[in-house]
Write a protein that binds this ligand. Sequence first.
Ligand SMILES: N[C@@H](CCC(=O)N[C@@H](CS)C(=O)NCC(=O)O)C(=O)O
Length: 226
Amino acid sequence: MAQSMLLYWSSGSPPCWRVMIALEEKQLQGYKHKHLSFDKNEHKCEEVKALNPRVQVPTFKHGDIVVNESFAACLYLESAFKSQGTRLIPDDPAEQALVYQRMFETNNLQQKMYDVAFYEWYVPEGERHESALKRNKESLIAELKLWDGYLEEMGKGSYLAGKNFTMADVVCFPVIVFFPRLHCPPERCPRLMEYYKMLKDRPSIKASWPPHWLEKPEGQDMLKNL
Ligand SMILES: N[C@@H](CCC(=O)N[C@@H](CS)C(=O)NCC(=O)O)C(=O)O
């Protein structure tokens, strides 16, 4: 089954990583994949263009089904392989609601982290303002407080949506990992840091860890002054 899947991906991309974690959790090892380098602009290749009008990674194909949005690909895998590997979406509607809530809230955390960590990369030199960066930092700090509060409320050893590992963890872990990697002061989000330590050696996460991070475990310190 995994043999009829093809994933185009790049190392260190949270959207790609979440699809890879989902594939591992659903025991779909052996899927075909192409690792494309951002530095060499390989993700703009004709093969990706043919499948994905946004010409981005992840680009994912299963047989004739093409599903490129990372959240959509993760949900598709759960639905197509519901009884295989880890159950990532619970049946109970109330539990399901919390998983969906945390999953889609991840977009806030991801964007706010990008707005600080990659400010200089996104905003051309002449358009940068200290005041804007300060605002972005305040917004990220407030967002981190929310997530830390969620974990605090759940209790020690909990996952993002309760006692079990779910799709919320699949989609959010690849964002959370950036906080320790980019030297965010641990006191900004102590519960998230504990959560990171609890999950970093999970087999699905270890197996899909960005290869260029293995070569260079220390990231830059873009979040040092948060
Ligand atoms: N909505 C997409 C976003 C994908 C995305 O932003 N991919 C980035 C890598 S993290 C990309 O391909 N960037 C290159 C580009 O846009 O040219 C998803 O979550 O799947």
